[in-house]
Ligand binder design. Sequence first.
Ligand SMILES: *[C@@H]1O[C@H](CO)[C@@H](O)[C@H](O)[C@H]1NC(C)=O
Ligand SMILES: *[C@@H]1O[C@H](CO)[C@@H](O)[C@H](O)[C@H]1NC(C)=O
Ligand SMILES: *[C@@H]1O[C@H](CO)[C@@H](O)[C@H](O)[C@H]1NC(C)=O
Ligand SMILES: *[C@@H]1O[C@H](CO)[C@@H](O)[C@H](O)[C@H]1NC(C)=O
Ligand SMILES: *[C@@H]1O[C@H](CO)[C@@H](O)[C@H](O)[C@H]1NC(C)=O
Ligand SMILES: *[C@@H]1O[C@H](CO)[C@@H](O)[C@H](O)[C@H]1NC(C)=O
Ligand SMILES: *[C@@H]1O[C@H](CO)[C@@H](O)[C@H](O)[C@H]1NC(C)=O
Length: 740
Amino acid sequence: MPALMPGNRVLVQVLICVLLTASRIASEDSRSSGVIIENEWKCPNITKHPSVECSCDFPHTLRCTGDKNALQVIGKRLRLFPAGTISLLDITVSEISILPARFLDGVPLHGLVVSTGELRRVNENAFVALARSIQALGLPNNLFETVPSLALRPLIGLERLDLSHNKLTTLEADSFAGLTNLTYLDLNDNLLSQLSPQAFPSFGSLRSLRMRGNQLSVSALSALRGLQNLEELDLSGNRLIGLATPNLLPRMPTLRFLTLSGNQLDTVLRGALQGLPNLTCLSLSNNHIDVLQDHAFRNLSTLTKLELANNRIVAVSSASLAHLEKLTSLDLTHNFLRSLTADLILPLKNLQELHLDDNDISMVASDVLTPNLRLKRLSLADNPLNCDCTLLDFASWLTNSTSLTEEDRASAVCATPPALENGILAQVSPGSLLCGEPIPPFATLAPSLPLIPDTQITLESVYYQESRTINLVWKVEPCSKPYTCDRVIVNEWTGDSEVHLATRPLHCESADMLDPCTLPVTIPASLNLELGHRYRYCVAVIQSGDHVVPVPGCSDILTLERNTALKTPAAAGPRIAGMKTNASDDGFLYVDVNLVGGGPRDPADCDLSLVVFSEESIVRERKLNCTRGYATIADLAQGPYRVCATVVQGTDHTEMQLAPRTRCVDVTVRGVRESARLEIVLFAVIVVACALLVAALWAGRSLLHRTRPTRIQGQCFLPAEEFEITHRARYVKLLTTTKV
Ligand SMILES: *[C@@H]1O[C@H](CO)[C@@H](O)[C@H](O)[C@H]1NC(C)=O
Ligand SMILES: *[C@@H]1O[C@H](CO)[C@@H](O)[C@H](O)[C@H]1NC(C)=O
Ligand SMILES: *[C@@H]1O[C@H](CO)[C@@H](O)[C@H](O)[C@H]1NC(C)=O
Ligand SMILES: *[C@@H]1O[C@H](CO)[C@@H](O)[C@H](O)[C@H]1NC(C)=O
Ligand SMILES: *[C@@H]1O[C@H](CO)[C@@H](O)[C@H](O)[C@H]1NC(C)=O
Ligand SMILES: *[C@@H]1O[C@H](CO)[C@@H](O)[C@H](O)[C@H]1NC(C)=O
Ligand SMILES: *[C@@H]1O[C@H](CO)[C@@H](O)[C@H](O)[C@H]1NC(C)=O
């Protein structure tokens, strides 16, 4: 048997469908003639000819492969067997570009599939002898540029036609003339961009139309007018761009399944798709949707399943999901939702399945949890839940919920605070869902540093002057709080390690600056930085405000060139998913950093830097490679510390200058030593970047989001396998009960 080409699954469906009919006919025949034929059917032996190879997968079906003589040989041989021996024939032949006239005369087939990979034309008399009997015809995986309509015209009883995986570019007015009984038409994976308005003229019988993977634009869709009995329509993977308007599709009163996934729709307008009063299942996955207008689904109140996965939805208002009262299943995975609110849930009175994996959900509003909420599935995996006291109700709802699966209950995982990171929400003790400062001793011992400073400093450009001075331009975001400059630091990458080159004090006062958001810094010629060498630059500023906070910013390691404008940070490489610290009573601090992503970790390319600092200064520094994410730091005096871990990639790719790959946690060492004295002077010198915004992490996440490979597209239609299995099962049943 030849390797099945893509399309052939449908082909198998076609075959099996016809097979059912065939066996039904056969069983009727045997009943009417009063003869019971018991297991007497034998696969005809055609293999006598060297150029053909055949086998039977099922009774009355024959699959053959061969060269250009195969068609003739098969026709000749089959004519020798009694009519009805074979009712389905699936031929894969090579070296043939035209299907000849009458090549199967005298063989009353119900189903025929011919794929050659090379077929371009069909003689107009090719199928005339089959006109009475044939119900299913497949010509997939060929090179047709137009529908062979003259050859098809005699096939008035044809019910299923498969022209998938060809090179069809247009459908003409008369493409399917005469095929008045067609119920299933597969045009997947062609190059269709134009459809004549009369392409589907009197297709009163068509139930299922598949046009996945073509090049149809919105304007082509009006040609679907007149498909008054269509039930399934697949338009995924086309060029539908922009607005999903009320009249995107013409009126199709019986349409129940519609797939528009894999297009570039960006907005679902109020009353979208209003001509589909019977639609139950709609897939809009893998589009660019970021706006669902209020009352978007006003005219789709019959929907029971809606797929919106892999879009760009940030928020959903209650009005945008209004009218979906029959909806039982909603898929919003891989979007950018920030929270799960009542707006999303309340309009959906019959919701049973809600999929929210891989969004940016950090909080779940407690008003979501009405007694009417009867979910059977709720998946929340891969969301940055902030497990504080606001999640108490949700946690207890999850814990108590009996209808959810164990897997679903475990899908809600805490991202913050650090103490609960990676904790399964349903298993976290309610007592640890706290609001406010998580580490009381820290708060009492020292004016607390906010866990993550909310200012970010990134390097925007590097200019090398002929005078050998270097101008750095840093961006400070947000820049509303006044700050003063502290110092600038330069490290050199020698090829195997990073060497501290110089630290220079830096003076500035944001209040005096024209644009405090842009911080220019000059590195003097005296440092002798050389073109082609690789450096890392850091600055620290001191922000005044509620707290006095040192804020550092570092670049990645950059090759010094004359002009380097840096792009937005790309979140490539590993990032820090979590960090655990454990301080013991005798001054030991154990730090464990959990790294994720980034593909294979070349230790030469990736370092993990740990910096421990107490209020006034760095007290310890550790370089780890990315394969070893933990360290024990000894001899720490009693007191509060902040531990920051940063992933440092030693590449010179300028676009990777400052990926958000830093995390900090605060920890208190209850040491017995009283040696260290807490100094009051605040300053931070951080050799490697520390304490970037959580927001930057989220930004990085979002970037990751977009580059993440998309899942298999949601299909409203029965997946082919299921289709096959059920039919096979029915077929087997049929066999055992009717003994074909
Ligand atoms: C088919 O015929 C060929 C040649 O007569 C013979 O070698 C082969 O065994 C036969 N195959 C079957 C399945 O009967
Ligand atoms: C077309 O379908 C109808 C209804 O299924 C059937 O009665 C009729 O015989 C079919 N026409 C042909 C030519 O097979
Ligand atoms: C919707 O479908 C149902 C059952 O499939 C059918 O009875 C009804 O007539 C259809 N509605 C319209 C407007 O065609
Ligand atoms: C869409 O819904 C609105 C409001 O319910 C209604 O006025 C309008 O007639 C509907 N459109 C169609 C085509 O049914
Ligand atoms: C969950 O169960 C616990 C103990 O069985 C109970 O105290 C609590 O009130 C329940 N919570 C909800 C929301 O039903
Ligand atoms: C964390 O600290 C506790 C108590 O000091 C100790 O028993 C435990 O072994 C520590 N865990 C690690 C991983 O060091
Ligand atoms: C990473 O560091 C650990 C401990 O220092 C060391 O055993 C390991 O060999 C290092 N891996 C590489 C690839 O350098």
